[in-house]
Design a protein. Structure first.
Length: 189
């Protein structure tokens, strides 16, 4: 079964299908979008996407790797990172929009303080999860790298928990950090 990965909405179906013994292939929205353009499908509907996923799986299956469910630790950490990111984004947006509002400055400062406390609580929960899983030693090793702080190190440790990778290049690609060569004629990118 080919499934388009869409935020977290695909996971419940993928888990059920995997438990039922189906082989699952996750197709990223980016890949599916470009495949749609490449095969000249001019519209996007759920029905057309289902056909496109089937076509993609039929033609590209030998290049795809079957999906395996992530560990509970990975899911918990990823959920905490997503929630923290949403909280920080909301706080920063509010701080920017309220910056020149003198009438409610004190009340707003209390609200921002509360949001920062919640951020700290999420970070503590992430740290507790890593401790409980026995991964603090790996986190400390990551923190020795100049420029890597707690959140980056913890996120890197979480990424390692996703599963096995064919090689280091596959892991770098999973992180979205792989360089892609683009050469054609005089263009060299």
């Amino acid at each position: 079964i080919a499934i388009e990965s869409t935020n977290i909405y695909h996971l419940a179906f993928a888990d059920l299908a995997h438990e039922a013994g189906c082989v699952i292939y996750m197709i990223g929205g980016y890949e599916l979008h470009h495949y749609r353009e490449g095969v000249k499908v001019r519209a996007k509907t759920d029905a057309l996407d289902a056909k496109l996923l089937a076509r993609y799986l039929k033609n590209e299956q030998q290049e795809l790797r079957p999906w395996t469910p992530p560990s509970p630790l990975y899911r918990q950490l990823l959920s905490l990172f997503r929630r923290r990111a949403a909280l920080v984004q909301a706080r920063v947006g509010l701080e920017q929009s309220w910056a020149n509002e003198p009438l409610l400055k004190t009340a707003f400062a209390d609200q921002v303080k509360s949001m920062r406390q919640l951020e700290t609580l999420v970070e503590k929960t992430i740290n507790d999860q890593l401790k409980e899983a026995g991964l603090v030693g790996q986190l400390k090793r990551c923190l020795k790298v100049e420029g890597i702080g707690f959140l980056t190190g913890a996120r890197l440790i979480a990424a390692f928990q996703r599963g096995d990778f064919r090689n280091a290049d596959a892991f770098v690609a999973f992180l979205g950090m792989d360089l892609r060569v683009s050469k054609s004629g005089q263009k060299d990118g």
